[in-house]
Design a protein around this ligand. Structure first.
Ligand code: HEC
Length: 497
């Protein structure tokens, strides 16, 4: 039996030379000083491979259509033997992969391992980070629960802010004007075909660069390799590795294997203990009293959006994201040579401390900050008396509907209430009753549609009430041209105060 296997192996080796091909990269020499700091990259790779394997298994059962996705997850959770464990491992390993990748990046940054001649290794790495975040985001959508639904909604509304191409981009991603079955199909395609393909190609490039340029030495000040001089570094590094390097496999790889083993066991314990992530409540576009939360890599973005005033939100989304990305890609060009040790690079250390504490605090706020800045509005803030004085019964009824439909979570009256949407105190100046009906029923912008949540008489009442929300005397948005006139009047009055 063994003889037969050996014979078969020799046959394959003779035809393909595969052992020779594999031996070279596996046993390539690495610096002796590359010790426990150097295990995070291979651990990230391990989590990625776990994702591929568990992902393929999940895709056998998962039904990527809006009508069935949620139920197929429940089926996995409760009916398929060990299906829950498969989901748990996939979910936790996804978080672990993002986390490990960030640790790896911080280590590389602090040790100046991105400096000459390893700039391309860093650039491949940043591209991998983005692809992984893309996988995490699209993966969260696969759950197709309330969080996923609102996550897509928020993502789409962020994309919609981009000038000129915003609308087109949103349409492209959602597969239509609204979040629906086509949206899920697109995200599924991205999650299982496009992004994993890109990730595998990038990992190939990243590893090729690692082999080509070698991994950096421990940058202890005073040791060789701790200072990068473009003229001499490459040749000296080659020489040192040739003389003093140790083979990656089996010597240096032992540490990677120990660390990966510990992490794998931790992952299995965490997955078994905490179980699968979600799915949360069923997605329901008309249910707006949910508190959607994105997965942890996006919590800090969520917090920024929840805490910002809408006025600066647009500018921030359009400018901050590209600037941040550019900065990440530019790191090796901003300090591509010189000292590598963190003790000689106080600014680099400061940047890491600021980034970690900033993102950490924002992530914590992301857990606690309400989805609109003023969640108690509908229970605690009454409609100001001036808005109900001498109103008709229908209009008063509308004020009650406004109070009970969580409108005040997002909307203020006279400055009291949520700040997610516009203050409604003088909304009648801006919109006709028809437009009010449309806005309430169909939502739009960042506002959920209330069409299925409010009966037609409730809608009529709330619109009747909103139509009274204007400065005394003005009876504007109904007559052509009157709107401008009234706004001017209002401005004049405000200027007079
Ligand atoms: C989740 C937050 C949220 C909730 C809840 C909400 N809205 Fe809105 N609303 C918004 C946002 C954001 C806008 C701005 C939309 C845009 O930019 O197109 C808006 C716009 C409006 C407008 C148009 C205002 C204008 O000046 O153009 C009206 C009217 C309105 N909402 C009424 C309501 C009513 C009535 C309710 C309750 C039934 C409600 N909203 C609940 C977020 C919300």
């Amino acid at each position: 039996m063994i003889r037969m296997l050996k014979g078969a192996w020799e046959w394959i080796e003779d035809r393909t030379g595969i052992a020779e091909v594999v031996r070279e990269p596996m046993t390539h020499p690495v610096p002796r000083s590359a010790k426990w700091w150097y295990v995070f990259g291979s651990c990230t790779l391990m989590f990625f491979m776990i994702q591929v394997v568990t992902g393929i298994c999940l895709a056998l059962v998962y039904a990527p259509s809006a009508a069935t996705a949620y139920d197929s997850l429940l089926y996995l959770n409760y009916d398929v033997p060990m299906g829950w464990m498969l989901r748990a491992i996939h979910g936790w390993s996804s978080n672990a992969m993002v986390f490990m990748m960030l640790v790896h990046m911080v280590q590389v940054f602090l040790h100046g391992a991105y400096k000459y001649p390893r700039e391309m290794t860093w650039i491949f790495g940043v591209a991998l980070l983005l692809t992984t975040l893309g996988l995490a985001f699209t993966g969260q959508v696969m759950r197709w629960d309330a969080d996923a639904y609102w996550g897509v909604g928020i993502g789409a509304s962020m994309m919609g802010r981009f000038p000129v191409i915003g609308g087109w981009l949103t349409h492209l991603v959602l597969g239509g004007p609204i979040i629906g079955g086509d949206t899920l199909s697109r995200f599924f395609t991205l999650h299982v075909f496009v992004l994993p393909g890109i990730a595998i190609a990038l990992i190939g490039g990243h590893l090729m660069m690692v082999l080509k340029q070698g991994i950096s030495e421990d940058p202890k000040p005073g040791t060789p390799g701790a200072f990068v001089d473009k003229a001499t570094y490459k040749a000296e590094y080659k020489e040192r590795i040739r003389r003093k390097g140790i083979p990656f496999f089996p010597v240096a790889a032992q540490r990677d294997m120990v660390f990966c083993g510990v992490m794998l066991i931790t992952l299995i314990i965490v997955a078994a203990w905490y179980g699968p992530i979600g799915p949360g409540p069923r997605p329901d576009p008309t249910l707006i009293d949910v508190t959607p939360r994105p997965d942890f890599p996006f919590l800090w973005i969520f917090a920024v959006l929840a805490l910002l005033t809408p006025a600066v939100e647009d500018y921030l989304i359009i400018t901050a994201a590209p600037i941040l990305l550019l900065a990440l890609f530019m790191v090796p060009f901003l300090g591509g040579t010189g000292a590598r040790s963190p003790s000689s690079r106080p600014i680099a250390v400061l940047v890491v401390i600021l980034l970690i504490s900033g993102v950490g605090v924002l992530s914590m706020l992301g857990v606690t900050s309400p989805w609109s800045p003023h969640m108690q509005a509908w229970t605690s803030d009454a409609v100001p008396p001036s808005f109900v004085r001498s109103r008709s019964p229908l209009e008063l009824q509308g004020a009650i509907v406004l109070q009970h439909s969580q409108c005040r979570n997002c909307h203020a009256l006279d400055g009291i209430g949520g700040a997610r949407g516009p203050d409604l105190s003088d909304v009648a100046l801006r919109l006709t009753p028809d437009q009010l009906v449309r806005q309430v029923q169909q939502g739009g912008g960042n506002m959920p549609a209330f069409g299925k949540n409010l009966s037609s008489s409730e809608t009529r009442a709330v619109v009747a009430f909103l139509d009274t929300c204007h400065p005394p005397g003005a009876r504007p948005a109904n007559r052509p041209g009157a709107r401008l006139e009234a706004l001017r009047e209002l401005d004049a009055k405000r200027a007079g105060n």
